[in-house]
Design a protein around this ligand. Structure first.
Ligand code: ATP
Length: 202
């Protein structure tokens, strides 16, 4: 298996922003949020199981998962969140492997918001890169971007791993509380390191 990085971070930490920088340098991104989305589109590979587990009330007229309704359910019932994850996680993992096979970049970066929460990634990736950011800044960014209230964001953050849990599994950390330009020296060093590791790994 090829050299791979797992990139994670809390909501609004800047995962996409940092991942896109690596993509510009030639890494191939494999984004588990996009995969989860396509699995739950009309005709998506997860839809039979979603219908069976949660009922047609959670499937909209097009045959896609009713995201708003599901979001509400999983906030109220942690066991429903577990059930949804149990459906999605194995499908996400196999789609990741499928995409990794045809990746043409210098190395692969799996962008996995729930890397710590889902388990099993440590064994798959060679490096875990955590995008870290103070919680107040996460809140500010998400409030600005999504128009969420502080309470909504806090509810989402409460379902995610704590900052310290992520940092505990990190091999590399980017503290994304400054303009991207200020992190370019660190990012460049990480990219060079990943390139070197990917060449010795083949
Ligand atoms: P989510 O988990 O919600 O998808 P994310 O971790 O992928 O979020 P981004 O979408 O990259 O985070 O960033 C969140 C918001 O913060 C975006 O509006 C982005 O433009 C902004 N942002 C990210 N990094 C920085 C930075 N270093 N300086 C200023 N703004 C930033």
């Amino acid at each position: 298996t090829r050299f791979a990085v797992g990139l994670t971070g809390g909501i609004g930490s800047g995962k996409t922003t940092i991942a896109n920088w690596f993509a510009d340098q030639g890494a191939t991104l494999i984004d588990t949020d996009l995969i989860a989305h396509s699995l739950t589109r009309p005709g998506g590979l997860a839809m039979d199981a979603v219908r069976q587990q949660f009922g047609s009330a959670f499937v909209d007229a097009d045959g896609a998962m009713d995201r708003a309704k599901m979001r509400e359910l999983v906030f109220q019932r942690p066991e429903a969140r577990q059930q949804l994850q149990a459906i999605l996680h194995p499908l996400i993992r196999s789609e990741c492997e499928r995409e990794a096979l045809t990746a043409t970049g210098a190395y692969v970066i799996f962008v996995v918001p729930l890397l710590v929460e889902s388990g099993g990634w440590r064994e798959r990736v060679n490096r875990i890169l955590v995008v870290d950011c103070p919680e107040t800044l996460q809140q500010q960014r998400v409030m600005q971007r999504n128009g969420f209230s502080r309470e909504q964001i806090e509810a989402i953050m409460a379902t995610q791993a704590r900052r310290t849990e992520r940092l505990a599994v990190a091999d590399d950390v980017v503290v994304n509380d400054v303009p991207l330009t200020e992190n370019l020296p660190l990012l460049t060093k990480l990219h060079q390191h990943y390139l070197a590791l990917s060449q010795t790994n083949v």
